[in-house]
Design a protein around this ligand. Structure first.
Ligand code: 2P0
Length: 325
């Protein structure tokens, strides 16, 4: 009745941006990510007969409100499978995903919760089953079940049975690195959930986004197989720009970028011009992630740290999938 699991966050090279079913969390496009070893969540779930409701502690603090509701709702999915509907759980999570680094801790959070929760409930699950149920906690989390490079296949079934991640290449396949460039950020955020909803419903550019993803995905997978860094970087950077372009067409329009976001993007382009192979990608926030090869680590870190408005640069390698402790 008790289990502990650890999961790492991931960074999408081909973005998940848009839902076709909000209830089941079914996406409008397939996506592809890199699991990162630097940032993880460890979660223990224990189902206990004497509890009258679920409780959730994050870094030793009791969590209530929306975050608690999402966890309890996810545990309902597990209870539905086991038929033990009055059996509540104690959930204890430790997050080693600095929120300031602009990584969604929901990816590692829901992957760890799903792994620990299903195991504690005695459910036998394949990685694919686990990815499928994790998806219903948070979409991007379904990719964190796997290490290395993972693709979330959107599927086409209305019930979501074919919408889950699959492994594309292991962490050992290719040592590429990610620098998370943290900015001095005071912007009020549009959550990714709200942002993608507004974009799907109102942006005329959304159609162009959807139409362009299948080719990006096909090309980036070829690039990963060949370990062609320029190809992978170019596609990832262009795919990120297309995703962000959709938000400018939304009603009301919005952007996740700050002036310093664009300063970092420009610096990355300059580094490329001077012969350093580096590419950027950006999620639903202002921080920039820079892809680079290990031999350039010192130089890349130095240049990025020197940019005005950059408060921290966190480095990460490719990481492993879910593990049980
Ligand atoms: C991604 N993002 O592929 C994209 C890129 C943000 C930009 O997945 O509503 O937190 O829980 O399914 O997974 C963020 O969306 O959204 C996200 P829900 P999630 O990583």
């Amino acid at each position: 009745m008790k289990a502990t699991a650890r999961a790492h966050t991931n960074i999408a090279l081909i973005k998940y941006w848009g839902k076709r079913n909000e209830q089941l969390i079914l996406p409008t496009n397939s996506s592809l990510s890199l699991t990162l070893n630097g940032f993880h969540t460890t979660t223990t779930v224990e189902f206990q007969e004497d509890l009258t409701e679920d409780n959730f502690f994050l870094n030793d603090e009791s969590v209530k409100g929306e975050q608690y509701d999402r966890v309890a709702k996810f545990l309902d999915l597990i209870r539905l499978r086991t038929g033990k509907e009055g059996l509540y759980a104690s959930v204890r999570s430790t997050n080693e995903v600095p929120t300031a680094a602009g990584f969604a801790s929901s990816a590692s959070g829901f992957a760890a919760l799903a792994a620990a929760g299903t195991k504690a409930a005695g459910l036998e699950m394949s990685s694919q089953d686990l990815s499928r149920i994790t998806r219903q906690g948070s979409g991007s989390a379904c990719r964190s079940i796997y290490g290395g490079f993972a693709e979330w296949r959107m599927g086409d079934r209305p019930d979501g049975a074919d919408s889950h991640a699959i492994p594309v290449a292991s962490a050992e396949h290719w040592d590429i690195r990610v620098a998370a460039v943290v900015l001095n950020d005071t912007m009020k955020k549009v959550s990714s959930r709200a942002g993608m909803k507004r974009t799907v419903e109102t942006s005329p550019f959304f159609r162009g986004w959807i139409e362009s993803v299948p080719n990006d995905l096909k090309e980036i997978k070829a690039g990963i197989a060949m370990k062609d860094f320029e190809k992978v970087g170019q596609i990832a950077e262009a795919n990120c720009l297309k995703m962000h372009a959709t938000t400018l067409g939304a009603n009301p329009p919005f952007t996740y970028w700050l002036d310093t976001t664009m300063t970092v993007m420009q610096k990355v382009r300059e580094m490329r011009k001077s012969g350093l192979p580096v590419y950027f990608t950006i999620d639903a926030g202002p921080n920039v992630k820079v892809l680079y090869l290990p031999e350039y680590e010192e130089k890349v870190k130095q240049i990025l740290s020197d940019i005005e408005g950059v408060t921290d640069v966190r480095l990460s390698k490719v990481g492993q999938g879910v593990t049980y402790l």
